[in-house]
Design a protein. Structure first.
Length: 376
């Protein structure tokens, strides 16, 4: 059993549940053009075995880098339009490049807003939480595998019930039609992705969400049928008496081929076959009177539930992919409204697919990370 570092932790207050952040920062400015952004200098140490190459896109298992460095402008144009533009500058994210850029028509806000351009996919809880508001340094592994592409070009309809029965935003919704090809990519086929999300808040401290995405993509080989990708997920967020609890489950089915990775600007890997995959997470935090917020999180990702090679006459078979489970121990601390520190130790275990339950093994790939964030 590996050593589990118990870390002392960080955050000035529990970050509120964010449901309408199409971009990194969310919202727009009522005072004309406003410059917004944040930087996240980070140190990471990976506990790797001698035969394991550095992973997570880094060239060393021990180093300082910018996780994200983003700057943009937001504003309003009289009388019903708003705009949002954000760029990623961090070399570790292969910047600089355009991250978000969309125009919103808000005449019927809060009941209906229409946004067009490049924006974050309205799928799931962790993905729609802005990066500067995440409760742990990293999103869960299954988010990058099942919720990608994180960003896409298209049109989105979003809104809420406003004030209804004495409650604010009892029901919130989003519906997006996008290319399905991802960040800064031109469309290469006639198909579109359709993503829907609904959030119900029966109490002001309880939020229940459900998401669905479906779409077709150009096949890897011309003679093959179009790839089909379906996703559905449910999530729960509870914030009560200084406690924050969040849980999320995502199920995915890929027919024809599947992409592995591809979140936060990383290049995805394409694998042929039919894949049924899922992942889930649960995390608990408590805000102390000293601006110190311990956090513990468990997440699991299984890429290997059901696999075929795409041919109808072939029997299903298993690829050699491991089920990964992460336990994150950490803390958040906020010095003020704009500055915070996060420390996480991620204890990762691997095991074979559920068809071979007797086989269990671990790879030396735990990691420790500390991140300082300033937003403006």
């Amino acid at each position: 059993m590996k050593k589990i570092l118990v870390l002392f932790i960080i955050t000035i207050f529990t970050l509120p549940f964010t449901s309408f952040g199409q971009g990194c920062m969310g919202g727009d400015s009522e005072d004309g053009v406003k410059v917004v952004g944040y930087i996240q200098p980070q140190y990471e140490y990976q506990f790797l075995g001698e035969d394991v190459d550095p992973y997570r896109g880094l060239k060393s298992n021990n180093g300082f880098y910018f996780n994200r460095a983003r700057i943009g402008v937001v504003g309003n144009i009289p009388y019903d339009f708003a705009y949002y533009v954000m760029a990623e500058l961090s070399p570790s994210k292969k910047g600089p490049y355009l991250l978000d850029a969309f125009i919103s028509y808000k005449r019927f806000d809060p009941y209906l807003t229409v946004s067009m351009g490049q924006f974050k996919s309205p799928f799931g809880l962790e993905l729609t939480t802005p990066c500067q508001s995440l409760l742990t340094v990293d999103r869960s592994l299954f988010i990058g595998e099942l919720a990608s592409p994180y960003r896409d070009l298209g049109i989105m309809f979003l809104g809420s019930t406003g004030e209804l029965f004495g409650m604010k935003d009892l029901i919130q919704y989003r519906f997006a039609i996008t290319n399905g090809t991802g960040l800064n990519q031109m469309d290469n086929n006639k198909y579109k992705d359709y993503t829907a999300r609904i959030i119900v808040s029966p109490l002001d401290w309880v939020h229940i969400g459900a998401s669905y995405r479906t779409g077709k993509q150009k096949p890897v080989k011309e003679e093959m049928d179009p790839d089909v990708r379906n996703r559905w997920g449910v999530d729960l967020s509870i914030e009560k008496a200084n406690f924050t609890f969040q849980a999320e489950y995502i199920d995915g089915m890929d027919k024809g081929s599947s992409t592995v990775g591809g979140g936060c600007g990383q290049e995805p890997t394409i694998v042929l076959g039919d894949f049924k995959r899922n992942g889930y997470m649960a995390q608990l935090l408590y805000m102390t009177p000293w601006n110190f917020q311990p956090v513990v999180k468990f997440s699991s990702y299984d890429p290997n539930i059901k696999v075929g090679d795409g041919n109808e006459d072939d029997t299903e078979h298993e690829y050699d992919y491991d089920k990964k489970q992460d336990i994150t121990f950490g803390f958040n601390y906020f010095f003020n409204e704009w500055t915070r520190v996060q420390m996480n130790y991620v204890y990762r275990t691997e095991e074979s697919s559920e068809t071979d339950l007797d086989y269990y093994h671990e790879i030396d790939n735990d990691y420790f990370v500390i991140q300082v964030q300033v937003k403006f």
